[in-house]
Write a protein of this length. Structure first.
Length: 394
């Protein structure tokens, strides 16, 4: 005899029917993908349209989730499609708009191409739109209608044009990644996205002054763009943990308050046009900063002295600047422990090394191309020093 609970589930699954319009969308998705890219072990190979997609008794239709039936006669709908990393080639069908209950669309790391269909803007229940690592091209459709959207990842595609201002209306966004595309123009107003904690717009062609940013950010990457101006506004974002502003045209002073952000672990402002830096002393020895990269700027004057108060700092790169004067003795106290990486190369530093530098230590880095008395027997001195004529001009 079949146990009552199993019999109940069998009867329930037999009655539950997926909404026909949702089945039609799944069929359209499968038809818009090159069949050669549907391998034996991929999710789409399990889509058997002779069966009900939301039948809970089978393992068919992998990569989808459905609503639960409310009663014996109710229909079910598709709430999530996850086809990440299956290598599919094809287009995203405009029929996707008919999945009215869809909350998650994940097509990351495939080979979809062509435009993102404007019809996607009609998926009003969508909370996650994940299309990174494909070949989507053209502009971003009007996603401003997706008011429930929390996670938008369109990175590593061929998208172009300007970032639409409608994104500033997505007040539930917590994660926004548009990196590694071909976006141009200025960054739209994003300061009103008060729930946003991750913003990555790196590796585009964005220009203009440094933008005003949401106050709850934890991770920020604007690297490899054409941004200019000063970055003083960043010091007001108290929850920042990671900041990468490298390879832009930012200039002026690197404000000392930035270094004392309480949760900051990683700061990269390399390959810009900064001319001065001052590092505030971290009074209570609780700085979280681990990596500081300021190489390839136009920083001048003496090396920052107060870095010895940053007890968690393990990697420091101040190379390719215009620093002069002696290496502070306190740098010798930090070398090897905690500093495991130290690059001061291509500056105009002079004089003898701090005594600790000549001891045996395990550190990666370089003091090459300065005006130092740098013993060649030290690995960190390899690469030679500047000629006397170069040092005299400085």
């Amino acid at each position: 005899m079949i146990p009552a609970m199993i019999l109940f589930l069998l009867l329930l699954s037999a009655e539950a029917k997926t909404l026909q319009s949702d089945i039609d969308v799944l069929r359209a998705i499968s038809l818009s993908i090159d069949p050669i890219s549907i391998t034996q072990y991929s999710f789409l190979n399990t889509w058997d349209f002779d069966l009900d997609p939301c039948d809970s008794t089978g393992a068919d239709f992998l990569g989808i989730l459905c609503t639960l039936p409310q009663d014996d006669n109710s229909t079910t709908q598709i709430t999530a499609i996850d086809l990440e990393g299956d290598g599919y080639e094809g287009f995203l069908t405009p029929a996707i708009e008919n999945l009215t209950a869809l909350t998650t669309l994940n097509l990351k790391r495939n080979q979809f191409r062509g435009p993102i269909p404007p019809a996607i803007a009609r998926l009003g229940n969508l909370t996650s739109l994940l299309l990174s690592g494909n070949f989507f091209s053209g502009s971003i459709p009007n996603v401003g209608t997706l008011k429930k959207l929390a996670n938008l990842d369109l990175s590593q595609n061929l998208l172009s044009g300007q970032i639409p201002t409608s994104i500033s209306g997505l007040r539930r966004l917590t994660h926004l990644d548009l990196s590694n595309n071909e976006f141009v123009g200025i960054i739209p107003e994003l300061s009103g996205l008060w729930q946003l904690n991750t913003l990555d717009l790196s590796s585009n062609q964005l220009m203009g002054n440094f933008p005003d940013l949401p106050q709850n950010l934890r991770a920020l990457s604007l690297s490899h763009n054409l941004l200019s101006g000063r970055i003083s506004s960043i010091q007001r974002i108290g929850n920042l943990e990671r900041v990468d502003l490298s390879d832009n045209r930012l200039s002026g002073n690197i404000d000392p308050e930035i270094f004392t952000l309480p949760f900051l672990k990683y700061l990269n402002v390399s390959a810009n046009r900064f001319t001065s830096v001052e590092v505030n002393k971290f009074a209570d020895d609780s700085s979280q900063l681990q990596v500081l990269d300021m190489h390839e700027n136009r920083l001048q004057g003496n090396l920052p002295l107060n870095l010895f108060t940053y007890s968690n700092l393990t990697s420091l790169n101040l190379g390719h600047n215009v620093f002069s004067g002696r290496i502070p003795e306190v740098y010798g106290d930090m070398i090897g422990n905690p500093w495991k990486t130290l690059f001061l190369d291509y500056n105009f530093l002079e004089g003898n090394l701090p005594s600790r530098f000549t001891s045996t230590f395990n550190v990666r880095g370089s003091l090459a191309r300065n005006c130092l008395n740098c013993p060649r027997r030290l690995e960190i001195c390899r690469g030679g020093q500047r000629r006397a004529a170069e040092c005299a001009k400085q």
